[in-house]
Write a protein that binds this ligand. Structure first.
Ligand SMILES: N[C@@H](CCC(=O)N[C@@H](CS)C(=O)NCC(=O)O)C(=O)O
Length: 241
């Protein structure tokens, strides 16, 4: 039995986490049958989602989840791709999980209005009066991490510029094609579409939404990937305290 642990639909997105969406897509690309369950970050050593339980074994991190099932099935998500396509796929994945994801997360977690209608829900289980202190500590920790990694040293406008450059690169690679490498979805589509879906949700007030929309080929691409791999109603309903 295989279970993907993460979070289902929130914020008008199939998941609040692009990494959970990426694993969800990649497991389907590898024809793995799996259940979905809510992540308990305290239950795993890396304290992050996604993680998978596969026949009693816990695998953490979307990259290692992919590798585990590639080993197990004897298939690779690189099958059928030329070495240059494989390199491009990896580079696109690393790109979206760099600046673009970091900017998207900052828009949700560090913009007060967005935080209040979005990520604050993750703290619904924390009882008052500790709740606000926990939230403040986590947001402060995030600011510190972002400063140390460098992204937090850029002005908001500069961060958006970095995101815009990533989006332009994705739109140029996609061009008139249905998917990043042609008519069929491939491994790069898993990670790229997951981050794009996250940037494009109108649930949050962020210039990222318009930046995505400014590329005429991206909305249709997002729609196609959602239709193929991110159906509604597959996650258990989220019950908040
Ligand atoms: N490199 C990891 C990143 C996973 C990740 O950052 N997950 C976030 C959700 S998008 C998380 O679990 N954050 C909880 C935390 O940092 O406490 C992967 O590819 O799976």
């Amino acid at each position: 039995m295989t279970t993907l642990y993460g979070w289902g639909p929130m914020f008008d997105c199939p998941s609040p986490s692009p990494y959970v969406m990426k694993s969800e897509i990649q497991l389907q690309m590898l024809d793995i049958e799996f259940d979905r369950a809510f992540a308990d970050l305290d239950a795993v050593s890396k304290h992050k989602a996604p993680y998978v339980e596969d026949e009693g074994e816990i695998i953490q991190d979307s990259n290692f989840i992919r590798a585990h099932f590639e080993r197990k099935t004897g298939r690779s998500l690189n099958d059928g791709l030329t070495p240059r396509q494989q390199a491009l796929s990896w580079a696109l994945e690393r790109m979206v999980e760099g600046h673009l994801n970091a900017v998207m997360a900052g828009e949700r977690w560090l913009n007060d209005a967005n935080f209040e209608k979005g990520p604050t829900l993750f703290f619904a289980d924390v009882t008052e009066p500790q709740r606000q202190a926990v939230i403040d500590e986590i947001r402060e920790g995030m600011r510190k991490t972002r400063w140390e990694s460098g992204i937090g040293r850029h002005a908001h406008e500069e961060q958006l510029q970095l995101a815009a450059w990533d989006l332009a690169a994705i739109a140029a690679q996609l061009g008139e094609q249905a998917f990043l490498l042609g008519d069929e979805p491939t491994v790069a589509d898993a990670s790229v579409s997951a981050v794009l879906v996250s940037c494009a949700t109108p649930y949050f007030e962020t210039p990222l939404v318009d930046l995505v929309q400014s590329h005429s080929n991206l909305p249709g691409y997002i729609r196609r990937m959602k239709e193929c791999y991110l159906p509604e109603g597959v996650w258990p309903d989220l019950v908040m305290a």
